[in-house]
Design a protein around this ligand. Structure first.
Ligand code: AMP
Ligand code: FE
Ligand code: FE
Ligand code: ZN
Length: 285
């Protein structure tokens, strides 16, 4: 059984359309795939419509949230939300707000680069992206690559996008509030790549325990950005806090090198997640 519960499509910063994503998942031999675009459920219908025979689809998203690091500084965290009701008004309103702010923010970043002479058109950057889809820095990274400014998305992040003069911050959802909204929408939550230090400052174990007490269902342990020691520590934390453990590739198509199914979730862990969800069902192709 290969179960991959974290992937992105062109509805956010992946490069496969939702239909291509489910086809690629079947071709890669997956039994179950989750579509988890940033801050949107807009890929669910197309993925469901194209679901290959035998493949199971878990509908979800990866919500942009904030929490605190060990020193009390506000940090970004990602919250995987699965099997929620996609018409839940509070959650939909927050996703609309996040997507709109992401557009303004990316436009500002592109505008700052254009003003400095980089061959980037801020309006053209956003023009190609559907209204319900989510933009992120990878869109700007790809534009910089097309313009020949950098040779890879990684180089764009390392050189221009991870901070510095072109970086513009966002106002993401406090993670406790996101957990409440997703739970109220019948969904289940899993903290994505909680200890991925390469991405920036991370939450402490105490924060993870406190999130468990407000309804967090699980933590993503097997993730490409966690080394062996980190996985061990997270697994112990999950055991002691009664959290479900997942593993996933965080596939982004050609924006990253990781392949579908490179990391996976145990069947009983997916069962435990599905048992807690009432917002929508796992689809079977
Ligand atoms: P944003 O959504 O604008 O905050 O951009 C974050 C997204 O960019 C993440 O979801 C990753 O897909 C991608 N990303 C973050 N850091 C890097 C990096 N160093 N290299 C390549 N992609 C990255
Ligand atoms: Fe991403
Ligand atoms: Fe993430
Ligand atoms: Zn992701």
């Amino acid at each position: 059984m290969v179960i991959d519960l974290h992937t992105h499509s062109t509805e956010s910063d992946g490069t496969d359309t939702p239909a291509e994503l489910v086809a690629a998942a079947a071709a890669a031999g997956l039994d179950t795939v989750a579509i988890t675009d940033h801050d949107t459920a807009s890929g669910w219908a197309a993925a469901a419509a194209a679901l290959p025979a035998g493949l199971r689809l878990v509908r979800g998203s990866e919500q942009s949230c904030t929490s605190f690091d060990g020193r009390g500084h506000r940090i970004t965290v990602h919250l995987l939300a699965y099997l929620y009701d996609p018409t839940s008004p509070a959650l939909v309103a927050e996703q609309v707000r996040l997507r709109s702010e992401r557009r303004e923010r990316l436009h500002k970043m592109a505008f700052r680069m254009a003003a400095d002479g980089f061959p980037i058109d801020p309006d053209a950057l956003l023009a190609g992206v559907p209204e319900e889809a989510t933009v992120g820095r990878p869109h700007l990274a790809m534009a910089l690559m097309r313009a020949g400014v950098v040779s890879s998305v990684d180089e764009a992040f390392a050189t221009f996008l991870a901070g510095g003069q072109y970086y513009v911050p966002r106002t993401d959802t406090p993670v406790e509030h996101a957990i409440e909204m997703i739970t109220a929408a019948g969904g289940v939550t899993v903290l994505a790549h909680p200890f991925a230090v390469a991405r920036g400052p991370i939450v402490t174990s105490d924060v993870v325990r406190s999130l468990a007490s407000v309804g967090l269902a699980g933590v993503e342990v097997d993730h490409p950005d966690h080394d062996a020691d980190t996985r061990l520590r997270l697994r112990r934390l999950a055991d002691s806090a009664g959290l479900i453990v997942t593993g996933s590739s965080d596939y982004h198509g050609t924006n990253k090198t990781i392949r579908l199914g490179a990391e996976s979730t145990a069947p009983e862990m997916l069962d435990a997640l599905a048992e807690r969800a009432t917002g929508c069902k796992i689809l079977v192709g």
